[in-house]
Design a protein around this ligand. Structure first.
Ligand SMILES: Nc1ncnc2c1ncn2[C@@H]1O[C@H](COP(=O)(O)OP(=O)(O)OP(=O)(O)O)[C@@H](O)[C@H]1O
Length: 252
């Protein structure tokens, strides 16, 4: 296991950061000066009400959205102007709120695509895809067409595709949306296994609080494009501003 954790890690960057990032859409301040640090080996929760700016921040981190102000750094190096496929090759992977699998392709081809996007050739990519599916307990689905899968499995395949490039930093955008309780429990085991097995930093955007509070080392809370709290789960759960803006009495 340790071998797998260190494989390909080399001199992995120790952190992924945004520094004072701002994004505006036609006058809407989607992000208004947010700094965030995701460390290697930690699970950081990013939570907040609908429209708080969480997905926009992930888009900035992955290069899908250029900020109007501020910078993105990986291992201290400025990557703000780097296009997203180059960020993938540096070890940055994400999943999407809508799974976005290639419907007409098989499961193994979908997962392999994640490795090829990170620079592996087809042969190595296929081998890596098998390893990934086996690790997720989904190898029996390898030859199935992606668009025939139930929603919960589709989501896990989406995670497998992101994981297949063995990212240093993995950004999960609402991975539990639409999952039932049993599937959420499975997801919790997968995410904590990802950190243990692959040692990457995981950014978890989620509205399902049991998952966030059960998994995260630290939690950052956004509201209207700004950070209103950042800290360990117990401190965030007790923060009056967070309870007022988002949590209510959900987490005691
Ligand atoms: N492409 C866009 N064009 C215009 N406005 C946008 C665009 N993308 C996001 N916004 C606006 O920016 C703000 C932040 O949106 P964002 O999707 O980042 O929030 P979020 O915290 O991820 O919300 P949710 O929890 O609902 O996914 C919202 O007001 C949203 O309407």
């Amino acid at each position: 296991m340790q071998e797998r954790k260190e494989a390909g890690r080399g001199h992995a960057p120790a952190s992924l950061e945004t520094i004072d990032v701002a994004v505006h859409f036609q006058g809407v301040r989607a992000i208004d000066g947010v700094s965030l640090t995701l460390n290697l080996g930690e699970i950081l929760g990013l939570i907040g009400p609908n429209g708080a700016g969480k997905t926009t921040l992930v888009n900035v981190l992955t290069g899908f959205q250029q900020p109007a102000r501020g910078s993105v750094r990986m291992g201290g190096e400025d990557i703000t102007g780097l296009v997203s496929y180059k960020r993938s090759r540096l070890g940055l992977a994400r999943t999407f709120q809508n799974v976005l699998l290639f419907g007409g392709m098989s499961v193994i081809e979908n997962v392999e695509a994640g490795a090829i996007a990170c620079g592996l050739d087809r042969h190595a990519g296929r081998r890596r895809a098998w390893e990934t599916l086996e690790w997720l307990g989904l190898a029996h689905l390898a030859e199935a067409r992606a668009d025939t899968l139930p929603f919960g499995e589709e989501r896990r395949i989406g995670i497998g595709r992101a994981l297949c490039g063995r990212p240093t930093f993995l950004l999960l955008d609402e991975p539990a949306a639409g999952l039932n309780t049993a599937e959420c429990d499975e997801l919790l085991t997968i995410i904590s296994g990802i950190r243990k097995e692959f040692g990457c930093g995981v950014l978890l955007i989620e509205h399902k609080m049991p998952l966030v509070f059960g998994l995260c080392d630290r939690i950052q809370v956004l509201d209207q494009g700004r950070t209103i709290a950042l800290g360990v789960p117990t401190a965030v759960a007790a923060d009056p501003l967070v309870r007022q803006a988002y949590l209510g009495d959900e987490v005691a």
